[in-house]
Design a protein around this ligand. Structure first.
Ligand code: FAD
Length: 398
C-alpha cells in the first residue's frame, strides 16, 4: 500500500481545506478549540452544512446519498476537519444505523430512514446496553412480545449517549427466551415519542449530562420497524459494532491533542527548563507520537478493507484499543504538564459566554474535564478487555 498521496488526493485535500475555511463557522471552531460545550443546535448546524455540500455520509454509497469517497479521501477529510476544529458528527445514525440499513434493511426502510438521517429530521441513539448486560450483551433482558402486527416492549436500557436529544432509538430486544442467548434477539427501530418511554439523565464524572437511562413500559412498536429477521438481530448488532469501534480510533482528535500538548510542554517549566526538554516527559511524548503514526497506517488499512466491500473485522478492535489508549495517554500527559493548574476545574467555564478570568493559563480549564470525560473511551463501544478477547480469538486463534 502506497502511503504517499497522489496528485488527485492532494487536490482533494486542498478542496476540503478550502471548504472548511469558507463554511466552518468560526463560532463553532472556537467552541471546539476551547472545549466549550456544544449544544444540540450547534451539532445540527454543522450537520446541515455538511449535508448541503453532500459531504455528510462519508462512507455510504453514492446511491443512498453518501460521498462514495475512497478510504484515503475519508482519512484526508477526517484529519482536515480535526485540524480545523470542526465538530465531530453524531455517529449513531450516520456511522452505525446507516450501514446496517444499507446492508440488512428493506428497500422501504432505506428509502424512509436514510434521507431523514441526512437532512437531520431524525436524531438516533443506541439502545444496546442494559444494567446487567454490557460486555455480556447477549444476556440482555428487554423483552419484545409479538401482539399481531406489533411488538410490546418492556425493559430498560442504560448509558444511552445523547438520548436526551434523540427522537428515535435502535434497540436490541429479546424476542425468544427458549434458545441460546444470541439466537433470541431482534433489532428494532423505536420512535421515542411512543407512549411508555422515559429518558432519565446520568451525570458523569466530569459533571456532564451526556448519557441516560431509557425505560420501556408496554411500548407498542410496529413489526415493520424490525430490521432483518426476527431472532437474527445479533448478526446485525455485531456488524454495527465493528463500525462503532472503527470510528472510536479518533486519529484526528489525537493528532490535535498531541499538537496542543506540545504547545503546553514548551510553555510549562520544570527545574527552570521547558518541560518538553525533560528526558522522561520527552520520552513519553515520543512514544505516543510513534504509536499514533503506526495507528494512522492501520486506520488506512481498515478503511481500505471497508472500501473493498467488507465490514471492518477484528482490525476495528485493534483500532479501538490503540486509539483509546493513545488518546488517554495524551490526556494524561497534558494533565501532568499543567501540574497544579489542572486541579481547579471550573465546570461553568465550559459554557458559552463565561467571562471570568481563568485560573492559570487559558488552556488549563478544559484539561481536567477532558481527562475525566475520556475515561469512557476504553469502556464504551465494548471495553478494551473485551476487544483483547476478540483479537485473541479472531486474529491469534487462541
Ligand atoms: C460514556 C459511555 C457512553 C456509552 N454509550 C452507550 C450508548 O450510547 N448505547 C449503548 O448501548 N451503550 C453505551 N455504553 C455502554 C458501553 O458499551 C458499556 O459500558 C460497555 O460495553 C461495558 O459494559 P458494562 O459497563 O456493563 O461493564 P461490565 O460488562 O460490567 O464490565 C466491567 C469490567 O469487567 C471487564 N470484563 C467484563 N467481562 C469480561 C471478560 N469476559 N473478560 C475480561 N474482562 C471482562 C470489563 O472490561 C470491565 O472492565 C456507554 C458507556 C459509557 C461509559
Amino acid at each position: 500500500m502506497d502511503l504517499n498521496y497522489s496528485e488527485e488526493e492532494y487536490a482533494f485535500e486542498a478542496k476540503v481545506k478550502q471548504f472548511l475555511k469558507d463554511k466552518l463557522p468560526q463560532r463553532l471552531s472556537d467552541k471546539v478549540k476551547g472545549n466549550i460545550r456544544l449544544t444540540k443546535a450547534d451539532m445540527e448546524e454543522w450537520h446541515s452544512i455538511l449535508n448541503a455540500e453532500g459531504w455528510l455520509a462519508t462512507h455510504w454509497p453514492v446511491k443512498y446519498g453518501g460521498t462514495g469517497w475512497t478510504p484515503v479521501q475519508m482519512h484526508i477529510f477526517e484529519e482536515a476537519c480535526s485540524a480545523a476544529n470542526a465538530p465531530r458528527t453524531v455517529p449513531f445514525g450516520l456511522g452505525m444505523l446507516g450501514p446496517v440499513l444499507i446492508k440488512y434493511g428493506t428497500e422501504e426502510q432505506r428509502e424512509h430512514y436514510l434521507p431523514r438521517i441526512l437532512d437531520g429530521t431524525d436524531w438516533w441513539c443506541q439502545g444496546y446496553s442494559e444494567p446487567g448486560s454490557g460486555s455480556d450483551l447477549a444476556s440482555l433482558k428487554t423483552r419484545a412480545v409479538r401482539d399481531g402486527d406489533h411488538y410490546i416492549v418492556n425493559g430498560q436500557k442504560t448509558w444511552t449517549t445523547l438520548g436526551q436529544h434523540a427522537n428515535w432509538i435502535f434497540c436490541l430486544v429479546r424476542t425468544d427466551t427458549e434458545c441460546k442467548p444470541q439466537e433470541g434477539i431482534s433489532f428494532l427501530l423505536i420512535d421515542m415519542d411512543t407512549p411508555g418511554i422515559e429518558v432519565r439523565p446520568i451525570i458523569t464524572l466530569d459533571g456532564e449530562h451526556e448519557v441516560n437511562e431509557v425505560f420501556f413500559d408496554n411500548v407498542k412498536v410496529p413489526v415493520s420497524n424490525r430490521v432483518g429477521e426476527e431472532n437474527k438481530g445479533w448478526t446485525y448488532a455485531k456488524y454495527l459494532l465493528t463500525y462503532e469501534r472503527t470510528n472510536i480510533a479518533g486519529v484526528g482528535a489525537s493528532l490535535n491533542g498531541l499538537e496542543h500538548l506540545k504547545v503546553i510542554a514548551r510553555e510549562q517549566q520544570l527545574d527552570g527548563k521547558p518541560l518538553i526538554e525533560d528526558p522522561y516527559f520527552a520520552r513519553r511524548m515520543a512514544e505516543v507520537e510513534i504509536d499514533l503514526d503506526a495507528m494512522k497506517t492501520t486506520n488506512l488499512r481498515v478503511l481500505a478493507a471497508v472500501q473493498g466491500g467488507g465490514a471492518p473485522g477484528a482490525e476495528s478492535s485493534m483500532l479501538k484499543i490503540k486509539g483509546t489508549v493513545i488518546r488517554q495517554e495524551i490526556n494524561d500527559l497534558t494533565r501532568r504538564a499543567l501540574g497544579p493548574y489542572a486541579m481547579p476545574y471550573v465546570h461553568e467555564a465550559l459554557e458559552e459566554g463565561y467571562n471570568e478570568p481563568p485560573i492559570g493559563p487559558e488552556y488549563a480549564n478544559p484539561v481536567s474535564s477532558d481527562y475525566f470525560n475520556n475515561r469512557k473511551l476504553s469502556i464504551f463501544g465494548g471495553s478494551n478487555e473485551i476487544q483483547r478477547n476478540i483479537i485473541s480469538k479472531m486474529i491469534l486463534g487462541l
